[in-house]
Design a protein around this ligand. Structure first.
Ligand code: PMP
Length: 284
């Protein structure tokens, strides 16, 4: 089936969908994005994703070039035109097209928006989650505004590639004090006793929507949540470790830097949280 992309007001064949060479996203990574899960043809946690998008845009002083209601229509139309039942919808907004100059262009430059959608192999993801994934650790080398979901992801790209080259699927960033911040495209968690530990959502991490929903799931499972930084040594000694993201949900991490976590298999807590996650998510 041919894929379709929404680009600045038009639905175009995906293969030929283009933005201008002077789009500021292309030249300066001057833009933000969101990735929202699609389940059974419905958006998962749209409200929270849109709220985070608005926050990212506000922080960078980029204007959303359409109403929230219109954006909702475009997201659904893109999902429908790509016949996605289970997958993801991606959207990005950049500061628009203007002659190259670092400072903002004049206010009449309209921000550019692109929306794509694609199916995910849900059964394949489940099989991956049943086995768990390996992670490596890499030094934190990002700017101090990673709370903004900016399209500037070069450190994340390099970290993910390093993971791949070492036979792993995720890289956890570690700050100068030895504390894990988050994964290259996920939030990072460990389980210590009956307590689930994750770094507070300050400026050191992106406040994952999956993370936010999981906070409710953790309470419902009768577990304790401790929002505090944890070290790599603590993670290696933990009962369980896992990563979260809208495209992965709760993904058990069974090895970190080639050392097994717990008994080297997905833990009960991560597996239960994964199983029950959608009970706590909003569908629309
Ligand atoms: N941290 C980073 C750096 C990410 O890229 C992502 C995924 N976009 C997350 C955390 C998880 O966020 P979410 O649960 O909203 O997908």
């Amino acid at each position: 089936m041919s894929r379709v992309a929404y680009v600045n007001g038009r639905y175009l064949p995906h293969g030929g969908a283009m933005v201008h060479i002077e789009d500021r996203g292309y030249q300066f990574s001057d833009g933000v994005y969101e990735v929202c899960e699609v389940r059974g043809g419905r958006l998962v946690d749209e409200r929270r994703h849109v709220a985070r998008l608005e926050r990212s845009l506000t922080e960078l002083r980029i204007r959303l070039p359409m109403s929230i209601a219109a954006l909702g229509v475009v997201l659904r139309e893109t999902i429908a035109r790509n016949r996605v039942r289970d997958g993801i919808v991606y959207l990005q907004v950049t500061r628009g097209v203007a002659r190259r100059d670092h400072a903002f262009p004049s206010s009449d430059v309209v921000p550019a928006i692109v929306v794509t959608a694609r199916s995910l192999d849900i059964a394949g993801n489940e099989r991956t989650a049943e086995e768990g994934i390996a992670a490596i650790t890499v030094p934190e080398n990002r700017w101090d505004r990673v709370d903004i979901k900016a399209v500037a992801l070069l450190p994340n790209v390099l970290a993910k590639q390093a993971a791949r080259e070492r036979g792993a699927k995720e890289a956890w960033f570690v700050d100068r004090d030895g504390f894990v911040t988050e994964g290259s495209s996920t939030n990072a968690w460990i389980v210590v006793g009956n307590t689930v530990v994750t770094r507070p959502a300050d400026r050191g991490i992106l406040r994952g929507i999956t993370r936010t929903v999981l906070v409710d799931a953790i309470a419902a499972e009768g577990l304790t949540l401790d929002e505090r930084p944890f070290t790599v040594a603590e993670a290696l000694a933990a009962l369980e470790a896992f990563s979260t993201a809208a495209s992965l949900l709760v993904m058990p991490i069974v090895r970190i830097d080639d050392q097994p976590i717990g008994n080297g298999a997905p833990g009960l807590v991560a597996s239960a949280l994964r199983r029950h996650f959608h009970r706590f998510a909003e569908f629309s």
